[in-house]
Design a protein around this ligand. Structure first.
Ligand SMILES: [Fe+2]
Length: 358
């Protein structure tokens, strides 16, 4: 087997026992694509094992030992997405057509084949291979997306099942966060990150005893400390996700405050990611509007007042402004449906009461 490795638009394996013909085919195609050659069916299978898969395999029909149809039938089983082309004489057209009908061969060309026709056919075969690869990648991406959606939904439900006061909280926080993110002109990719971070922002609470989450009354300092570990626990659970997808970091920072008074790291200002600043505001608003085991809802007006009063001190100014605009000028409501959040393609305070550690 011989070959070169230029910058090529695709990888092609040529198989023919006629060395002179093989070399002339390789010379014809090499300027446009990466070419490997093999002088027999066995040699072609060795090339496949060592360097495969190829985008296209072009094989002679009649070769000693393994013929072209047997080779291409094996290629179709080993590498179903490889486009297979058979070179055949006129006398063997019937055999070639049968091979095509059986699905072993995508195209067959009769020899002698004019160089320009061969070049055109291989180009088209490469295009077909590219389309097939794109289709396969798209299908894989859809499977990943469905898997991710199921995992996120499962984890999100797990946390809320342990704390009835948290029912719907992560979805409402996500919906409001996404609305704020859109107000601020975030990119679709950042919004997608925010969506997943929002739906999972309290996932670390799976390690907090359920009794602490639902017990009315004042908690002891060590019990509060346990609850306050949930951003860090959530981070530990999710930190191995793609590094370009900072979901875990946003979750770790969703209780940080601009003046450094938050937790777990006491970060200030620009050290807090935009996603976490948004989640923080949405989290506070929803928490204050919700019932808690130790208090009833404080109401939307009080929640917005909290954001307004601490704009720039606890909460990012732009995020706070966007949130206030949404509620006061755009009629935003926490009661809107959150069902669409699961279709992938969006905590807390009151220091005069017990802190809402949502
Ligand atoms: Fe939280």
């Amino acid at each position: 087997m011989t070959g070169e490795r230029p910058d090529a638009a695709g990888r092609v394996l040529l198989v023919d026992d006629d060395a002179a013909l093989l070399e002339s085919l390789a010379r014809l195609l090499r300027p446009e694509m990466e070419i490997r050659t093999a002088a027999s069916g066995r040699g072609a299978l060795d090339a496949l094992a060592a360097e495969g898969p190829f985008d296209v395999v072009v094989s002679d029909l009649k070769m000693p030992g393994m013929d072209g149809i047997e080779l291409l039938s094996r290629v179709s089983r080993q590498c179903p997405d490889t486009v297979r082309v058979l070179l055949t004489g006129h006398a063997d057209l019937r055999v070639a057509m049968d091979a095509a009908n059986l699905g072993y061969v995508y195209r067959f060309l009769t020899k002698p084949c004019p160089p320009e026709l061969l070049l055109l056919e291989v180009r088209q075969s490469l295009e077909r291979a590219r389309l097939e690869r794109d289709r396969r990648e798209l299908a894989a991406m859809r499977r990943c997306k469905a898997l991710l959606q199921g995992v996120v939904r499962g984890f999100s439900s797990l946390v809320e099942a342990r704390d009835p006061y948290l029912a719907g909280h992560q979805q409402r926080v996500t919906a409001l966060s996404l609305a704020i993110g859109r107000e601020l002109g975030m990119t679709p990719r950042d919004l997608e990150t925010l969506r997943v971070a929002g739906l999972l922002h309290d996932v670390g609470k799976v390690f907090v005893p359920a009794d602490l989450l639902t017990r009315p009354g004042i908690l002891r300092e060590e019990e509060l400390s346990l609850i306050r570990m949930h951003p860090q626990v959530g981070y530990e659970l999710l930190k191995h996700l793609d590094q370009d997808w900072p979901i875990a970091v946003i979750i770790r920072q969703h209780h940080e405050r601009m003046d450094g008074s938050g937790y777990p790291q006491g970060l200030t200002g620009s050290f807090i990611t935009q996603g976490a600043r948004i989640l923080a505001v949405a989290d506070v608003v929803d928490a204050m509007c919700s019932e808690r085991p130790y208090r009833s809802s404080l109401g939307q007006a009080r929640a917005l007042e909290e954001i307004e009063q601490n704009r720039g001190r606890l909460y990012d100014e732009r995020v706070a402004d966007a949130c206030l605009t949404l509620f006061r000028e755009c009629g935003y409501s926490l009661t809107q449906s959150t069902q669409k959040l699961w279709d992938f393609g969006e905590d807390s305070l009151d220091s005069s009461h017990r802190e809402d550690d949502d």
